[in-house]
Design a protein around this ligand. Structure first.
Ligand code: C2O
Ligand code: CU
Ligand code: CU
Length: 486
């Protein structure tokens, strides 16, 4: 299938199509770039590496470890050392692999020249253990994060710094990593191998250094010139013909929404931020806002030896500086081995029950706003910039509350609230309200200018936490507010 046909086909695939066998089509012409790349260039076409795992010194039922944030030299371009800020020396950070019920105890040491902390994005843990911007560790300091990984949280999460004003810089210099929580009983057949696609956006200058932000980066949210998966550009994912793989995908970019499509394949979506759906949903295209995650099943129903591009389709996020449609980019290549076909076990029709959150006891309202004194742009929430000492909204612990989030600030802004997972109820765009088509546990969603999104949530811990736009620059510059749970 040619690129234009693919684009047209991808554009014509409805967001939700009935769950049927994946349609085929296309000649599967190999489009592999030649592996490697000369000195000074970021190589493409190498195999997708596994993420290094964070070592666990706890026994069964425990996860005990330590994470240090410090400067490190990392090789992104061949033969060039790039100074990054890294967790335990690696970019992206090490994979934190947990089990429901684990006694979690991780000591964080800050060897950066700035305050920092670690936020466990999406996990329902007590606020004082969740790395909120009010709780920062000074340069040279350390802190032990300790909590129990709650039952029912099996899913895909991630971690990153959350110190006010500096989190975006620590983030783009390399400080972030993936978390997986596993359950004792996973309904996905064990013979379906798992791949992790941790997608980041690296900006390298011509000397191979990570430059600071331009004004445009601060306004739009920073985009890089190398979209990486597990630290590699356009890697190759190998699959045996006939078999299936389970992909956990994380959009760990500062600001880039990803409209993912896999040439000649349909994604069978089985999970969102907070884990498995009630049943699988087939999608031709998967939209992941910055900070959003998904689990999908990919089945190899094309010919042995064929290659198919995983792309991010063009998207217009209504940027302020250099607006317009983004160019399509290749994220990875799926390459079939020449092995004989072997089918994986079928996916069960039901994955796990999700009970709807009903009868909210209170309504919370939050609007993304732009207060523009003398033409400047100041993204805030409910007309204000972040103040860690101010209480913006108050919620009651263990109550179902409904949130109404409205984007009055022009460009796309992904919303994120700390404290756990919620259920999106409906989205209103251009006066048309669309009920959410299926129940899912999420902690992040995109909003476009003028849109209102409603969701329901229960906060399980008292204390103060934050909600914000997950474009890292916007969050860092004040598009964030506090929620006190009483
Ligand atoms: Cu990724 Cu405040 O979060
Ligand atoms: Cu978070
Ligand atoms: Cu924003």
């Amino acid at each position: 299938m040619k690129r234009r046909e693919f684009l047209e086909r991808a554009a014509s695939v409805p967001l939700l199509v009935p769950l049927i066998g994946c349609g085929g089509g296309g000649d599967g012409s190999p489009t592999d770039p030649a592996p490697g790349g000369g000195p000074g260039t970021v190589p493409t076409g190498l195999d997708l590496p596994d993420l290094p795992r964070l070592a666990n010194s706890g026994g069964p039922g425990a996860f005990h470890s330590s994470i240090t944030a410090a400067r490190a030299n990392v090789q992104f371009a061949t033969g060039v050392n790039t100074e990054a800020w890294a967790y335990n020396g690696v970019v992206p950070g090490p994979l934190v692999e947990l089990h429901e019920g684990d006694d979690f105890r991780v000591t964080f040491t800050n060897q950066l020249p700035q305050e920092s902390n670690i936020h466990w994005h999406g996990l329902p843990v007590p606020p004082e253990m969740d790395g909120n911007p009010m709780d920062v560790i000074p340069p040279g300091g350390s802190f032990t994060y300790a909590f129990t990984v709650p039952p029912g949280t099996a899913g895909t999460y991630w971690f990153h710094p959350h110190a006010h004003h500096v989190s975006h810089e620590q983030f783009f210099r390399g400080l972030n990593g993936m978390i997986i929580v596993r359950s004792a009983s996973d309904p996905v057949p064990g013979d379906i191998p798992e791949k992790h696609l941790y997608i980041t956006d690296l900006k390298l200058d011509s000397a191979g250094a990570i430059p600071g932000n331009t004004d445009g980066d601060d306004l739009n949210g920073r985009e890089g010139n190398h979209v990486l998966v597990n630290g590699r550009q356009e890697p190759v994912i190998r699959i045996r013909p006939g078999s299936s793989q389970r992909w956990r995908i994380v959009n760990a970019t500062s600001a880039r929404p990803l409209r993912l499509a896999l040439q000649d394949h349909t994604f069978i979506v089985i999970g969102t931020d907070g884990g498995l759906l009630a049943s699988p949903v087939a999608m031709g295209e998967l939209f992941l806002a910055p900070a959003e995650r998904a689990e999908v099943i990919v089945t190899a129903n094309q010919g042995a030896g064929s290659s198919h591009l995983l792309v991010a389709l063009p998207y217009d996020r209504q940027k302020i500086v250099s607006p317009g449609l983004s160019a399509q980019l290749t994220v990875a290549t799926l390459t079939y081995t020449s092995e004989s076909p072997a089918a994986s076990s079928p996916l069960p029709a039901s994955l796990r029950p999700i009970g709807p959150l009903e009868s909210p006891r209170a309504i919370q309202q939050a609007a993304f706003t732009n207060t523009a004194p003398m033409g400047a742009i100041m993204f805030g929430i409910n007309g204000k910039l972040f103040d860690p000492g101010r209480v913006d909204l108050i919620a009651r612990v263990n109550d179902v509350e409904e949130w109404e989030v409205t984007n009055l600030a022009g460009m796309d802004h992904p919303f994120h609230l700390h404290g756990g997972q919620f259920q999106v109820i409906s989205r209103t765009r251009g006066g048309v309200t669309v009920a959410e088509p299926f129940l899912a546990w999420r902690d992040t969603f995109n909003t476009v200018g003028g849109e209102t999104v409603r969701f329901r949530m229960i906060q399980r811990f008292t204390g103060t936490r934050v909600f914000h736009c997950h474009i890292m620059e916007h969050e860092s510059h004040g598009m964030m507010a506090t929620l006190m749970v009483v």
